[in-house]
Design a protein around this ligand. Structure first.
Ligand code: CKU
Length: 599
């Protein structure tokens, strides 16, 4: 678990320099890089862009599909003005694990390919000189790691990723690398909680520094006017006649913390926050005490060329597509996204269900991807897995807790909850995570269609339900879709007649659709069928008032493992992988823009 995960800033006390660009890269299939001295660099490097997944740049299959150890290296200069500071390297995402060396000195290791970590290199760097950072990385999949899968060894000795999940195992330095210089005595974390009413908002804050509790705190509006001040490690900022952060109508204040030593400022950290509250009341999801109906998508960080790398250009396009279609939310399926995604959503007033990469915890569902047909939670790997799982839940919440756009935390995607062995695992997970978020936002996980009202043994844990349902695609498909609708209604009638009074959001449903394939009457894979399937689901959604959200799968087509069920990836996108609309996009736009924005 990381001590602090504040997003890097430059100010009068801090320096943030990105090391993005071309790095040296080399595969290490024999895992002998250390023995060969690669900790201080290596010959015959491949010139590799960062941030980027390495896979799709290559023209040979062995390189694209490479699984095992691989290395990055980059020379960087540390200016003398950083002398006296704590000097750090911050990696936005190293997928899936990394060991960091600076000038040949091992600094630290990190497990988990979708959350940042910081390496303190103060004692390893040479000031006023060129230094070298190298990373030994590895992208193998294991049942006791997130995301879950296996790594097979083929008869030719090459390793192969066997994901228990439906997205490509893109690997590498997928997000930016920052060279940071911060004061020895620095602010490393803060949190806020809110009370809001028409004429007043109160921001309860807490701020933590490595040494000292003497702080000055201010809150400014979007015009730079200071609207409230406070002092001390904890306190309240009271705003009269506030402009609240609303769904699709965002307003961001700037909170600024100054750390004082003997009355003199020695560090400062400023960030944008939104004044809003999140509640679940009965089967309603409330933002600022007002019921919200979620409409949006499951997504992936995925694009042509750079794979899973964060790309500002793609994110700008995706945000515009979501605004165009009338969406107000998305789930960060199936892993926490780059921090800049949350900043975009903060600005656009879009709600995020933030999901940790606990995906593939279900052998049966993974069977078409090569899993086994048994209960995942009966496995011998569970104890080791749990340590990594809760560690990444802690870091996800620590990193993302101050974003107004974060609505809820999804602690798992489609776990195997129909067996008794899942219950102790989820009991521990929900106990260990209940105090991590100062705002106590709702916690949930997605329920696969094997995990129904009848069969799941873990329905008591989620604060609201995320249902992934695929009648019309994975069963009762084509002309049989009417039986699919009947089955869906039968399950929802059980929820309706039960004593459960929590919101249900449909977090996945959809049909693979080849853009440009038209058929009258429809046929599966045609654009017409995708519309028919969504129209069936929408008829069902409109029949039950406890359904408080619809998030079809997926915003855009995305890459998966190759297989006889995938046509160059998953084609359930409402938009193509190059972000152009399929016919269904116009159907959804008409439905969603007919609803008030803040409905
Ligand atoms: C059946 C598993 C649920 N869901 C997970 C998601 O990651 C997949 O892409 C999606 C699908 O198969 O299209 C199904």
């Amino acid at each position: 678990m990381e001590k602090g995960l504040l997003y890097p800033v430059t100010n009068q006390f801090r320096q943030d320099q990105k090391l993005d660009g071309i790095w040296d890269f080399k595969f290490d299939p024999e895992a002998k890089g250390e023995a060969k001295g690669w900790t201080t660099g290596f010959d015959d490097p491949i010139k590799m862009p960062v941030p980027a997944s390495f896979n799709d740049f290559f023209t040979d299959k062995d390189s694209r599909e490479y699984t095992g150890d691989f290395w990055y290296a980059k020379k960087f200069f540390v200016p003398t003005y950083m002398d006296g500071k704590k000097i750090q390297l911050r990696f936005g995402a190293a997928t899936h694990r990394a060991t960091v060396y600076v000038n040949g000195q091992e600094i630290r290791s990190h497990e988990g390919g979708f959350l940042p970590f910081t390496a303190d290199i103060t004692d390893a760097v040479k000031l006023g000189e060129e230094n070298i950072v190298t990373l030994k990385m590895n992208n193998e999949l294991h049942r006791d790691a997130l995301p879950a899968g296996d790594t097979a060894t083929l008869k030719n000795g090459k390793k192969m990723a066997k994901p228990f999940f439906d997205f490509y195992n893109y690997s590498g330095l997928n997000r930016s690398v920052h060279l940071l210089a911060v004061p020895q005595n620095n602010i490393y974390d803060y949190s806020t909680t809110y009370e809001v009413s028409e004429d007043q908002a109160t921001v309860h804050y807490r701020v933590d520094a490595t040494d000292g509790k003497d702080f000055k705190v201010s809150l400014s509006d979007e015009d730079g006017n200071v609207v409230a001040t406070s002092e001390g490690q904890t306190g309240d900022l009271v705003v009269k006649n506030p402009t609240l952060w609303q769904v699709r109508d965002a307003y961001l204040y700037t909170i600024k913390f100054e750390l004082l030593d003997a009355g003199k400022a020695v560090d400062e950290y400023a960030d944008e926050i939104g004044l809003r509250t999140i509640e679940i009341k009965g089967h309603e999801i409330l933002v600022n005490h007002k019921s919200v109906y979620l409409r949006g998508f499951g997504r992936h960080e995925d694009s042509i060329y750079a794979g899973r790398a964060f790309d500002l250009n793609v994110e700008r396009r995706d945000m515009n597509l979501m605004k165009w279609i009338g969406a107000n939310s998305f789930r960060s399926s199936h892993y926490p996204y780059d921090e800049q995604v949350y900043k975009f959503a903060d600005r656009e007033g879009i709600l995020i269900t933030d999901e940790v990469p606990a995906v593939g915890f279900k052998m049966a569902a993974a069977s078409f991807l090569g899993g086994l047909n048994q209960s995942f939670f009966d496995g011998h790997w569970i104890d080791e897995l749990y340590k990594k799982h809760i560690d990444q839940v802690k870091d996800m919440i620590k990193r993302d807790k101050n974003h107004p756009s974060v609505l809820a935390w999804s602690l798992c995607n489609e776990p195997d909850t129909s067996t008794d062995s899942a219950v102790p695992y989820f009991t521990k997970l929900f106990n260990d995570s209940k105090d991590l978020d100062p705002e106590k936002r709702p916690r949930t996980f997605t329920l696969n269609e094997d995990d129904t009202f009848e069969t799941s043994k873990c329905l008591k844990f989620p604060d609201f339900y995320l249902l992934n349902r695929y009648p019309g695609w994975y069963h009762k498909w084509g002309y049989e879709i009417s039986d699919g609708e009947a089955g869906l209604r039968a399950e929802l009638d059980e929820w309706k007649n039960s004593d459960i009074d929590k919101p249900i959001v449909f977090s996945e449903y959809g049909a693979d659709t080849e853009p440009g394939l038209h058929k009258l009457p429809s046929i599966m894979w045609s654009e017409e069928y995708q519309i028919e399937l969504l129209d069936m689901f929408d008829r069902v959604f409109d029949s039950y008032d406890f359904i408080r959200g619809e998030q079809p799968w997926n915003l855009a087509d995305f890459q998966t493992v190759e297989g006889n069920m995938r046509v160059n990836g998953n084609k359930k996108g409402i938009f193509t992988r190059d972000r152009q609309p399929k016919a269904v996009a116009f159907y959804l736009k008409k439905r969603w823009t007919s609803l008030p924005l803040d409905y």
